[in-house]
Design a protein around this ligand. Structure first.
Ligand code: AP5
Ligand code: MG
Ligand code: ZN
Length: 217
């Protein structure tokens, strides 16, 4: 099964993708995470992407579709891909169709996380992740069970993203509204879109997604 998780910054795409990886053995393909890894490694792509990401704008379609294509050639993605933060423009949606059909694969669902934008700034500002395994947390909504210790790997260091400040989040939301939300009709026309209430708590959002994947919603 191959799915897209679609929603603005802080909607919960990464949170739900990580859970689906752990519970269903699917593979999270987050272009944001891949780009951050490229920035950290100082690759040519990373050097090009850093300033764009820090400003909250979109990296070029060619770069992100290129890295998704390379990733889809790795065998683990045959277990089922969760596209998180990709596609983000009409051109990327068209590229994804080509990338999948070239490999004899197809999309099963596009799951839209419906959220109230006003709540998202708080979600993004409170976010932090384990520096070792990448597990996501939140200052208010999802603290580690033991303070200062990652639930998943037991590590004690955490990090925050440079683009997770109120000002950059506003730009990221504007980009979502202008360029990403308009791709929904493309998938609606294919009958692939399912909506979940992204304002519910994390477990409830997960249950709504599970119902869709299990053919019960
Ligand atoms: P990316 O990394 O994709 O960031 P984003 O889309 O802005 O989304 P986020 O990761 O901020 O949000 P999320 O939905 O994953 O939320 P999360 O689950 O963490 O992209 C970053 C940048 O890279 C872009 O700005 C762009 O420059 C570039 N880029 C990436 N992909 C690109 C592409 N395809 N094309 C061009 N450029 C691209 O949740 C947020 C917080 O809320 C967490 O702390 C979590 O614990 C908490 N939370 C989650 N769900 C709930 C809930 N239901 N209730 C309460 N709290 C919750
Ligand atoms: Mg994310
Ligand atoms: Zn960890």
């Amino acid at each position: 099964m191959n799915i897209i998780l679609l929603g603005p910054p802080g909607a919960g795409k990464g949170t739900q993708a990580k859970r689906l990886e752990q519970e269903r053995g699917m593979v999270q393909l987050s272009t944001g995470d891949m780009l951050r890894a490229a920035v950290k490694a100082g690759t040519p792509t990373g050097i090009q992407a850093k300033a764009v990401m820090d400003a909250g704008e979109l990296v070029s379609d060619a770069i992100v579709s290129g890295i998704i294509g390379e990733r889809l050639d790795m065998e683990d993605t045959l277990k089922g891909a969760i596209f998180d933060g990709y596609p983000r423009t009409a051109a990327q949606a068209e590229s994804l169709d080509v990338l999948l059909s070239e490999r004899g694969r197809q999309l099963d669902f596009v799951i839209e996380l419906e959220v109230n934008e006003d709540a998202l700034v708080e979600r993004v500002e409170g976010r932090f992740t384990c520096a070792n395994c990448g597990e996501g947390y939140h200052d208010k909504f999802k603290l580690p069970k033991v303070e200062g210790t990652c639930d998943v790997c037991g590590h004690h260091e955490f990090k925050r993203r440079p683009d997770d400040n109120a000002e950059t989040v506003r730009t990221r939301m504007a980009e979502y509204r202008a360029k990403t939300a308009p791709i929904l009709p493309f998938y609606e026309a294919k009958g692939l879109v399912k909506k979940v209430d992204g304002m519910a708590d994390i477990a409830e959002v997960g249950a709504q997604i599970d119902a869709i994947l299990d053919g019960k919603a």
